[in-house]
Design a protein around this ligand. Structure first.
Ligand code: GMT
Length: 378
């Protein structure tokens, strides 16, 4: 198939999923065309079967807000016609589904068929999509899509409940390549000493440091853990709440125990160094960072929100807590980090969950079948 993919190309879970999906589809012989304002950060530009088409947004003094959605729609239609795309697959409903709808209409007028699929990722439904200024147009984009997928059962239910949507939504959960995200012992031996002594544990948090991630709770939890267990915290990512984390680190006097690593392209090299992951989010429609950690044999302390329980099974491959309960999260972390057998059992269960339920070999064929179903529909 020839598939056009649109996503947010910078850091963020939906962009990661879209990019990894494109890579996996290309590896299976499909032709994949990314249509975005920037090359997705996990692409090198040299991948076989993958093409990148930049969306250039012309500005003009009259435009206080340059119309990206229109430039995107126009580029989608151009690329689809030129390369004979079979379908468009857009990730994150706002504004991508509406741009795809316009592109479909533009080509319809020329007698060319271009169905589009929207994948819902989370904040497009639970946060941004709830804004009264965006809700009606987001609902319209979803309703008009030729196919809609959701990355968790929870997000599907939330979309039906909060948008009043009755159309079919296919649940295709997020995935991880278990050969790339893997507990690499050699890497661990080589890189771990850069970050911690042998007798220290490593806790990891990976996110875009937005408010919803509750990065403050990560540091609050770690401050309590560090009193009981010799340990270090690796903070991977960057965003608006990084200064909150820095401020708290100084307040607790643990700044020299925390590695602020900023945005990293190859998180698969860092995740296997961890003993435990912290994901205390306010909301998480899935929690891709936890899955990537789990594939690397890192169990997760997480909050019982959104789609997280579809991935983290309390007491099996991690522990689940109420949002904001840093005392309980710290106690749980200490329990795992001071009991080698428990840590090992959970680490193995985490890897097994990733392999058995969320591996690319299981999930990518679901997308392929869904594409075929949408193409066969009309
Ligand atoms: O919150 C983020 O990390 C960004 C956001 C995005 O769309 O880039 O993430 C959402 O999509 C991810 C990939 O499907 C999910 O793993 C995240 O759980 C989801 N974030 C939220 O629901 C807050």
């Amino acid at each position: 198939m020839k598939i056009g993919i649109t996503c947010y190309p910078t850091y963020g879970g939906s962009g990661v999923v879209a990019t990894e999906l494109g890579i996996e589809l290309a590896a299976r012989g499909h032709q994949v065309h990314f249509i975005t304002y920037q090359q997705p950060f996990r692409l090198t530009g040299r991948e076989e079967g993958i093409f990148f088409h930049e969306v250039a947004v012309t500005t003009y003094p009259l435009f206080q807000y340059p119309p990206y959605d229109l430039a995107l729609a126009s580029r989608m239609a151009e690329v689809a016609e030129f390369y004979g795309l079979d379908l468009l697959h857009v990730h994150y409903a706002i504004p991508h589904s509406v741009s795809a709808l316009l592109a479909r209409q533009m080509l319809e007028a020329k007698g060319i068929r271009l169905p589009f699929i929207t994948t819902l990722h989370g904040t497009d439904i639970t946060l941004v999509g709830q804004d009264p200024g965006y809700l009606p147009i987001t609902r319209f984009g979803i309703e008009q899509s030729d196919g809609v997928t959701s990355i968790s059962a929870h997000l599907k239910e939330e979309t039906e409940r909060s948008f009043g949507i009755t159309r079919e939504i296919e649940v295709i959960r997020n995935f991880v390549n278990c050969d790339v995200y893997t507990p690499d012992e050699a890497k661990r031996r080589e890189l771990r000493p850069k970050y911690a002594r042998d007798d220290e544990k490593i806790l990891i948090h990976l996110s875009n440091f937005r408010r919803v991630k509750r990065v403050g709770d990560v540091v609050e939890t770690f401050a309590r853990v560090a009193r009981a267990v010799p340990s270090r915290l690796m903070l991977i990512g960057d965003g608006p709440d990084r200064s909150i984390a820095e401020h708290l680190a100084l307040q607790y006097g643990i700044q020299d125990r925390i590695h602020f690593l900023g945005k990293q392209d190859s998180v698969q090299d860092l995740l296997p160094l961890g003993d435990l992951m912290l994901m205390p989010s306010e909301m998480e429609s899935f929690g891709l960072a936890a899955l990537e950690g789990m594939a690397c044999r890192v169990p997760c302390i997480a909050t019982r929100v959104g789609g997280v329980p579809e991935l983290v099974e309390d007491g099996v491959n991690g522990l689940l807590f109420a949002v904001g309960d840093v005392e309980a999260m710290a106690a749980g972390a200490i329990r795992i980090l001071t009991d080698d057998t428990l840590q090992r059992t959970m680490a193995e269960a985490a890897r097994k969950t990733a392999q058995d339920k969320f591996c690319t070999s299981r999930i990518i064929p679901m997308y392929e079948r869904y594409y075929e179903q949408v193409l066969a529909a009309k």
